[in-house]
Design a protein around this ligand. Structure first.
Ligand code: CAA
Length: 285
């Protein structure tokens, strides 16, 4: 019988984690979010309040609906708060070791039928699955930034994922208004595998002063109808995250398209991480 998802969990309340929590809460679910400490939890709550506040000021939601939405979210600093969740999504930084540790711990807390998902953009879901006692119930559930806006969810199956788990996660994503696609466990899945060669090339053009950042971005916005140019998009994704994704894809395929341009390392070393640090290819208030 198909699983019902009434209470779900999210580990990590960074940009992606907070966005995923918002998606779940908008879907009417009870959401338990876990962060490492009170301060990080508070940052996550502020992000959620700001996002719902924007929706209210744009007339997309009433204040009452926003309050109800926020009321469905519980933020905790302990993974044991996830005990009743029917599905848990991990959205912590891209470290295999850190993610595997979270998976192993959550595995011992949740019910035996609970599905464990990773929002990883390029790490091996199989590696995470085998660190639990339920490898057949571990999948990738990869959202895109900003999660409340982008409709795509990549559902990543491994060689041991149980077919009904894939079906249930697809149905779940669908019920949240998302468009699920199913893909095998390879670095970059579908969208990043196609997107990051292009973003890397744009960074190379910038580094070689081939054209200005504004003109590179204008080329794709006004020539191809992309909502954002590649350099603005790299600032949104975060240069550190983009670098990690390129490195992982390059490590797996040795495809030179994904060999990170040196400008990434230089900018990261200088603290130019994009929007989140106030400066990347562009400067933000
Ligand atoms: N959270 C919630 N809602 C947000 C949001 C956020 N962070 N940012 C924008 N929105 C909402 C706005 O509230 C607005 O909603 P309404 O239409 O309901 O009013 C809508 O999105 C449009 O926002 P804006 O008018 O402020 O701005 P825009 O029209 O310029 O759109 C954008 C902004 C949605 C970011 C758009 O430029 C876009 O789609 N850019 C491309 C983003 C993209 O390619 N993402 C994928 C990155 S790759 C990835 O995520 C994978 C990975 O593993 C790294």
């Amino acid at each position: 019988m198909a699983r019902e998802f009434r209470t779900v969990g999210v580990v990590g309340l960074g940009t992606m984690g907070a966005g995923i929590v918002e998606v779940f809460a908008r879907g009417g679910l009870q959401v338990v979010a876990v962060e490492v400490d009170e301060e990080a939890g508070q940052r996550g709550r502020s992000h959620l309040e700001a996002s719902t506040g924007r929706a209210v000021s744009r007339g997309k939601m009433t204040q009452e609906q926003a309050d109800e939405l926020l009321g469905r979210i519980t933020i905790s600093t302990s993974l044991s708060a996830l005990a009743d969740a029917a599905l848990v999504v991990e959205a912590i930084p891209e470290s295999l070791e850190a993610k595997a540790t979270v998976f192993a711990e959550v595995d011992g807390i949740v019910g035996e039928d609970t599905i464990l998902c990773s929002n990883t953009s390029s790490l091996s879901v199989t590696e995470l699955a085998v660190r639990t006692k339920r490898p057949g119930k571990v999948v990738g559930m990869h959202f895109f930034n900003p999660a409340p806006v982008q409709k795509l969810v990549e559902v990543v199956r491994t060689v041991v994922t149980e077919p009904d788990v894939i079906e249930d996660v697809q149905r779940f994503a669908d019920s949240l208004g998302k468009v699920p696609v199913v893909i095998g466990d390879r670095a970059g899945f579908i969208a990043n595998a196609l997107l990051f060669g292009y973003l890397n090339h744009a960074a190379k053009m910038y580094a070689e002063r081939y054209a200005t950042r504004e003109d590179i971005d204008a080329g794709m916005r006004y020539g191809c109808g992309y909502p954002m140019g590649p350099l603005a998009l790299l600032d949104l994704i975060g240069l550190d995250t983009a670098y990690e994704i390129l490195e992982t894809m390059y490590g797996e395929s040795r495809n030179l398209l994904h060999a990170p341009n040196p400008v990434f390392k230089q900018m990261i070393t200088a603290g130019l991480l994009g929007r989140k640090s106030g400066r990347g290819f562009y400067t933000y208030e």
